[in-house]
Design a protein around this ligand. Sequence first.
Ligand SMILES: [Ca+2]
Ligand SMILES: [Ca+2]
Ligand SMILES: [Ca+2]
Length: 270
Amino acid sequence: MIKTKTLKHLRLTAIILGMSLTYQAEAAQVRVTVTNLAPQNGTNLTPVWLGFHDGGFDLYNMGISAPAFLESAAEDGNTAPVTAAFIASGYNVQTTLTSLNNPPVFAPGVSNSAVFDLDPTSNRYLSFLSMIIPSNDAFIGNGNQTGHAIFDVAGNFLGQDFILTGENVRDAGTEVNDEIPANTAFLGQASPNTGVTENGVVGVHSGFLFGGSILGDARFANADFKSSGYQIARIQVSAVPIPAAMPLMLGGLGLLARLSFRGRSRSAIA
Ligand SMILES: [Ca+2]
Ligand SMILES: [Ca+2]
Ligand SMILES: [Ca+2]
């Protein structure tokens, strides 16, 4: 009798454990945290576009002219075009993460995060994109679409935790870096896509102009991202072990199992 009970308990436990294991293999919840690491009066970041894909979505390549969606993001912080391009490429797990402040930019020291439900195969890689402000067309974003794997080929969670320095700042090559306030987002630019067309290619940004209107502005006195050791941002991708509802659900299942077992025992006695 005791043996039968134990066996039944074991079988139920196995079923419940199996359910939780199946859940982990099929989908994973991850948290992406973006932090602006620049010093006070340093560089700001526009809301950060984040997208998860299977390695088939490329934001840009060094030495090649920027796609239109990159121009909008790099010159105006507008992520609507990259969002549409991502969908057009067949992907749908993406967001534009704001700072929750007003304006929604990431000022130095500001951090925010978002949680995503990911498929380890179709959402294996992270891509990110954000404009550096103020600037003409400076941005951070990964040019290597498979550079930030969240899962390995077998679907095991890898996570990511990396720091972008001043050397990771790119020039979209779409607008001349004249830093004239009327051409420069966040300084005096009144409408999108305002500035002198550069007709260039994406490359490493050469830095803000010494004596220019960005570094000459007291609010951005520490925005020289070419200075030694300058840190722009940190991006962390961590696993959310079990969704908050899962332990409750498992607890509930256990209780149900126990109740049904007791019910059966009683009817057996009767
Ligand atoms: Ca430029
Ligand atoms: Ca501009
Ligand atoms: Ca332009």
